[in-house]
Design a protein around this ligand. Structure first.
Ligand code: OAD
Length: 236
């Protein structure tokens, strides 16, 4: 399939970074301190309004996990194939750190290593990964609160990223769906879009998820991304 595809898209979720030690959302929801909290409280504008310190503490934890992490074999296998378009739900920068050209990576859900204005001025700035603090800060431009530059439940996806993702799905011959539960919309709908436009679908996931597109996939590879992708992408 891949050998005869002129246009390949890798559509990834948290499972791509799992072997780098970044907990997936499902892992985070079933282990540790955060089991007590509803994700909607930690990743939503309502949660931020109700308890900004709690939300920033959760993001500081995730930011530290990302800062500690290094790219795994799956990120490197994708970096070694510059012909493959990259659409990710991941807010980490492990694809870029593996060597992918930053302009090639479409981040549908934003970036955790940046802050942005929670008001409407549009200001965005990188955080220093060496100094991660859970501290409420104000936008230097307009004085509104700063918050992580990620998309929260109930918020719209960045329009440019969405348009690029839709265009990639429309022109794809094959979409490799890597490490996503397929439970979060509208991102999950991109796979249906690609399938309707005629793409073949390959799912890479070690576990059977209710929504991970396996019922509609042409090929399901039950394995970890760090094992499957190097083997899959190094072939002719
Ligand atoms: P989930 O945590 O929902 O799903 C992670 C998926 O990765 C599951 O299907 C696991 O079976 C799979 N997985 C685990 N380890 C793997 C490995 N080593 N190799 C391959 N797959 C593996 O994460 P997402 O689907 O990414 O949104 O979640 C989608 C969105 O929900 C996230 O982007 C986030 C969250 O709310 C925002 O941050 C806006």
């Amino acid at each position: 399939m891949l050998a005869t595809s002129a246009s390949i898209v890798a559509f990834s979720g948290a499972g791509l970074s799992a072997e780098s030690g970044v907990p997936t959302f499902r892992d985070a929801a079933t282990s540790g301190l955060w089991t007590r909290y509803d994700p909607a409280r930690l990743a939503s504008p309502e949660g931020f309004a109700a308890d900004p310190d709690l939300v920033l503490a959760w993001y500081a934890d995730r930011r530290r996990a990302v800062a500690r992490a290094t790219p795994n074999a799956a990120h490197r296998a994708l970096a070694a194939r510059p012909d493959i378009a990259l659409v990710t739900q991941n807010v980490d920068d492990l694809l870029e750190r593996a060597g992918c050209d930053p302009t090639r990576v479409v981040h549908l859900h934003g970036r955790i290593d940046r802050d942005r204005c929670h008001g409407s001025c549009g200001h965005e700035e990188p955080i220093d990964p060496a100094v991660i603090v859970a501290e409420l800060r104000r936008c230097p431009r307009c004085g509104a609160l700063l918050r992580p530059a990620v998309v929260w439940f109930g918020e719209a996806l960045p329009p440019e990223a969405w348009e690029r993702a839709v265009a990639a799905m429309h022109s794809a011959d094959t979409v490799i769906v890597i490490g996503t539960s397929g439970a979060v919309w509208p991102a999950a709908g991109l796979v249906d879009l690609a399938r309707s436009a005629g793409a073949g679908i390959v799912v890479v996931n070690p576990d059977a998820d209710p929504d991970d597109n396996k019922d509609h996939a042409d090929i399901v590879l039950r394995g970890r991304a760090g094992e499957v992708l190097p083997a899959l992408l190094s072939g002719p």
